[in-house]
Design a protein around this ligand. Structure first.
Ligand code: FE2
Length: 353
């Protein structure tokens, strides 16, 4: 087992202790009333804001294995949550997939999800990567890291997120806009760990050290580092994986010229799935969740989409391991959703565009 898995496991243990080791209540799967033999036919409908070929391939493989057809509606997380809410009982969606724990928490908060009853899921995914009521679970883990210019910056100068406000980083920091959920969740985690006041000072300090007004996505920040606009960027690791393996030579060049630094207590977020409250194909939906959290699919997420497996029994890919190991913040991921509003307010106050 690699260190990433151990760290996740350690976090689970710690959170387990804090929570008084309360395991979510599990009920045996009810076998009665199934007209259709599970796995021989039927369908499952999902709303997702993931847009990766890896996902399509996994749904195809699931379909082939089970005979259950996977129908996908793609969209922005917030729009999909709004749509779920609007559709109410009439919704066709059985599952909601987002790229952020905060959004899943929001869906839960609005009463749009229900508990996933599955011993298999509990076995596959550690407690700290699942909702306390099992209304959603992580599928993958993402790390928001520092990416630096290999030719200009000595990584020994880096330490944690808080030290990025040091004046030595004036005009050097590249980061996307605050409307992006990855940044909102990063700030939400800083609020959780350091409190609102320190979090605001941090956001203010980052704005002061920005190399430019935020623009572009995560990849664009790495590109700007290599172009010399600033020495370091805040971004998610899997984009570097995508760039290294890109068919676009420019992207490959960018990825080759940056280093990845895991800040002390690295901020992690998840991409995950929730079972909708009014799911019409609940059994198939649970089966898909079990499939996506089991070893085969988990290993695909790591090797083909460069995300960390949420299932600790699955090793990250060689590429991911080559970036090194990290210790995560160890906070309850629902706090990313709970602190979201405060984070957005702070961003507005400090003028992080
Ligand atoms: Fe992303």
């Amino acid at each position: 087992m690699k260190r990433i898995s151990i760290f996740i496991l350690m976090t689970v243990l710690v959170i387990g202790l804090i929570a008084g080791c309360t395991a979510p209540s599990e009920e045996a799967d009810s076998q009665e009333g199934t007209v259709e033999e599970a796995g021989t036919s039927g369908e499952v409908n999902l709303y997702t804001n993931r847009h990766y070929d890896t996902d399509e391939a996994l749904y195809d493989a699931f379909e082939e294995e089970t005979g259950i057809k996977v129908n996908v509606v793609k969209g922005d997380s917030d729009e999909l949550i709004e749509r779920l809410d609007r559709e109410g009982e009439d919704t066709q969606a059985d599952l909601l997939i987002t790229a952020d724990a905060g959004r899943l928490h929001r869906a839960k908060d609005r009463g749009l999800l229900q508990s996933i009853e599955s011993d298999q899921l509990v076995e596959n995914i550690p407690e700290n990567l699942r909702d306390t009521d099992n209304e959603w679970t992580a599928l993958t883990v993402r790390a928001r890291v520092l990416v630096y210019a290999k030719d200009r910056l000595d990584p020994n100068e880096l330490s944690d997120y808080m030290s990025l406000t040091d004046e030595k980083w004036a005009d050097e920091i590249l980061v996307r806009s605050s409307s992006n959920i990855y940044n909102q969740s990063l700030l939400a985690s800083i609020i959780e760990i350091h409190g609102e006041e320190k979090a605001e000072e941090w956001a203010q300090g980052i704005v002061e050290n920005m190399a430019r007004t935020p623009k572009g996505n995560d990849r664009a920040q790495a590109t700007a580092v290599v172009a010399g606009e600033g020495d370091l960027a805040i971004m998610n690791t899997y984009y570097i994986g995508k760039m290294i393996n890109s068919s676009n030579e420019e992207e490959v060049k960018v990825a080759e010229n940056v280093g990845i630094y895991f800040p002390e207590k690295t901020h992690i977020n998840i991409s995950g799935v929730g079972l909708t409250k009014h799911a019409k194909n609940e059994e198939n939906a649970v089966r898909l969740i079990e499939y996506l959290t089991a070893e085969k699919a988990q290993s695909e997420y790591a090797t083909a989409n460069y995300e960390y497996p949420a299932n600790p029994a699955v090793e990250a890919s060689d590429l991911l391991n080559s970036w090194g190991t990290f210790e995560s913040q160890g906070i309850d991921l629902t706090t990313l959703g709970i602190n979201n509003e405060k984070a957005v307010k702070i961003f507005n106050t400090v003028g992080w565009e």
